[in-house]
Design a protein around this ligand. Structure first.
Ligand code: HEC
Length: 219
């Protein structure tokens, strides 16, 4: 019964990560409306006034569609909003987008440049041999424990700790180099009980690994 309960919690945690899909109309179009359509709202050339206009726009300088679904790095749209584009100047010409906005546009393209967020997101996770969680020690622990994460190359990571009610009680972000990393977690402020940790590893804006485990705090 207990273990069933915890597997439900773990499923719930995975569904949190699945909600990260970007919705074009509520998250991307407003960025274009604020910063781009004053110049790209016409009927010819790059037009960013709707989903279909954006998807059908071809950059004359790049000679290809500005959005290549699934390939943020190869999309002229992304090249143009980041510093030092291959052609012409960084967009918008009268300022720059915030890094949050750039990240959103990148994620939206990386997730397939859909108009409507699909519910069964499967981020492209790489083979578990590239990244793995090796558990935590000591376990049970009081008040701190070390989560071991193995990486084939340096990457950013985020560790989130949840209690059994699914509330996040701690989180940390960092950059780790290749090899086995020791991520120290201190739950001195929390009551005894079972906690679930979730580790997400990111390369750029893409999640390349998500893993989770269970640990017990005994005070
Ligand atoms: C003030 C006017 C202005 C604004 C605002 C603006 N652009 Fe542009 N954009 C231009 C001009 C002019 C060009 C052509 C010259 C160049 O590429 O530098 C261009 C070119 C582009 C191209 C490449 C077209 C090609 O020929 O390959 C893309 C993609 C683009 N803009 C995207 C955007 C995006 C996305 C935004 C909003 C974040 C934006 N622009 C905001 C004026 C603007």
């Amino acid at each position: 019964m207990r273990s069933l309960f915890y597997s439900v919690v773990i499923l719930f945690l995975f569904s949190i990560s699945a909600s990260a899909q970007i919705d074009y109309n509520s998250e991307i179009q407003p960025i274009f409306n604020n910063s781009c359509t004053s110049c790209h709202g016409g009927t010819s050339g790059v037009t960013l006034s709707s989903y279909s206009a954006t998807m059908n726009s071809t950059g004359s300088q790049y000679g290809i569609k500005i959005v290549i679904a699934g390939n943020a790095d190869g999309s002229p749209l992304v090249d143009k909003i980041e510093p030092n584009p291959t052609h012409g100047s960084q967009m918008p010409t009268n300022g720059t987008l915030s890094s949050d906005e750039i990240t959103k546009i990148r994620q939206w393209i990386a997730q397939g440049a859909n108009e409507v967020a699909t519910s069964n997101e499967e981020e492209e996770l790489q083979s578990p041999t590239d990244y793995s969680l090796l558990g935590n020690y000591p376990n049970p622990f009081n008040p701190s424990t070390t989560i071991q994460l193995r990486l084939k190359e340096s990457a950013e990571y985020r560790v989130s700790i949840y209690n059994v009610n699914g509330q996040r009680v701690a989180s940390m972000l960092g950059r780790a180099s290749a090899g086995t990393q020791q991520l120290n977690v201190n739950l001195a402020e929390q009551p005894s009980g079972i906690y679930i940790y979730r580790v997400r590893v990111m390369q750029g804006n893409k999640s390349v690994f998500i893993g989770s485990g269970k640990m017990t705090l005994v005070k």
